[in-house]
Write a protein that binds this ligand. Structure first.
Ligand code: AHN
Ligand code: ZN
Length: 340
């Protein structure tokens, strides 16, 4: 038992009111605690007990909060780079992160897209515990696709996607997580990176996806930025989501994939090998940070994704509070596990 734990025992003892029976009870308890500390030889057991208690006392993930934060993004309309809704949502994301994080940074840039020429983008970063060297990077894209080009109705192919699942869900979970970590501070440093222009890509060109992340990887917000690991959330809101072990995640960070799936807070996490996805995590890995992708992949669909993917049906109707909750709780579990 550490000196600080012994001090805590003492403090509890002196705060007890002067009822004689209670005092005796607490003397007995304090003696037991002190004896436990003085034997000294069981530190591993004691540490494990302390950590279990700490993890158990961390409040559960608030899925309703994540749902509301997902809805609030959709209330702006599709967040297509270059549109007023995109600009308004950026301001809201900054303000929302500012309420939870120690520092918020915005990275503005102009990038070349495959189909829409040059466009202005914003990567938005919330930093928790900026002084801590042991860091975890959490990412999600906040932009939405300008074209519902997988919609069954061709008339919708040039309409924008609402992106309740494809965009807002991952951001909603991360904003809620930041909110909870403010009240219940982690020992780890946490960087919440909301990346822009993930979804302006075209099939035949890998580099046309994840433009915000590519920009960040080439211009990190801190020179020589390092994190232990990264976790990307992509499409984490569908009722029947299946999160399998994505190929590049296993290739670059198999031990960390094991850790995350071991901490999975429900049955949407499936401990089997999934397909390979060109997504933000690919460019984080190329920048030297082992990064995994928690992404809803479907073995039973032609696209490999949910039926609403890149259609006008990717709206709040297709979002499940239970799935958001499972992903958020898994992140809380992972943070507690790394801190152990
Ligand atoms: C490709 O289709 C190559 N990647 C999918 C990445 C993505 C798009 N995630 C969400 N929207
Ligand atoms: Zn998409």
């Amino acid at each position: 038992m550490s000196a600080s734990q012994r001090r805590k025992t003492y403090r509890i003892f002196v705060l007890i009111p002067c009822d004689m029976k209670m005092t005796l009870l607490y003397i007995l308890l304090a003696a037991l605690f002190t004896a436990c500390g003085s034997t000294g030889g069981t530190s591993a057991t004691n540490d494990a007990t302390a950590d279990t208690v700490a993890a158990a006392t961390r409040p559960p993930f608030d899925a309703d909060g994540a749902l509301e934060l997902t809805r609030q993004q959709c209330d702006f309309g599709p967040r297509v780079p270059g549109t007023p809704a995109h600009a308004k949502c950026a301001d809201w994301l900054v303000a929302t992160l500012q309420a939870s994080c120690d520092t918020v940074m915005v990275q503005s840039a102009t990038v070349q897209t495959a189909r829409s020429g040059k466009v202005g983008i914003k990567n938005i970063l919330g930093v928790i515990n900026p002084e801590t060297s042991q860091r975890l990077l959490l990412l999600a894209h906040w932009d939405t696709r300008p074209w519902a080009d997988n919609d069954p109705d061709e008339a919708n192919h040039n309409k924008p996607v609402m992106g309740a699942n494809d965009g807002a869900s991952g951001v909603g979970v991360l904003l809620q997580l930041a909110r909870q970590l403010k009240a219940d501070r982690p020992a780890l440093g946490i960087d919440i990176l909301l990346v822009d222009a993930e979804d302006m890509g075209v099939n035949e060109n890998e580099e046309s996806w994840a433009l915000g992340t590519q920009y960040w990887a080439n211009h990190p917000h801190v020179e020589g930025y390092k994190a232990l690991f990264g976790i990307l959330l992509d499409m984490v809101g569908a009722a029947d989501a299946t999160f399998t072990r994505e190929y590049y995640s296993v290739l670059n960070a198999s031990g960390f994939v094991d850790l995350v799936w071991r901490n999975a807070a429900g049955s949407h996490f499936i401990n089997s090998q999934g397909g390979a996805i060109t997504d933000d995590h690919l460019f984080v890995n190329r920048a030297g940070i082992p990064c995994i992708d928690i992404i809803d992949m479907r073995s039973d669909s032609e696209t490999g994704f949910c039926p609403e993917w890149h259609t006008v049906s990717d709206t709040m109707d297709a979002i499940s509070v239970a799935t958001l909750g499972e992903v958020g709780q898994t992140l809380l579990n992972v943070i507690a596990d790394i801190e152990r």
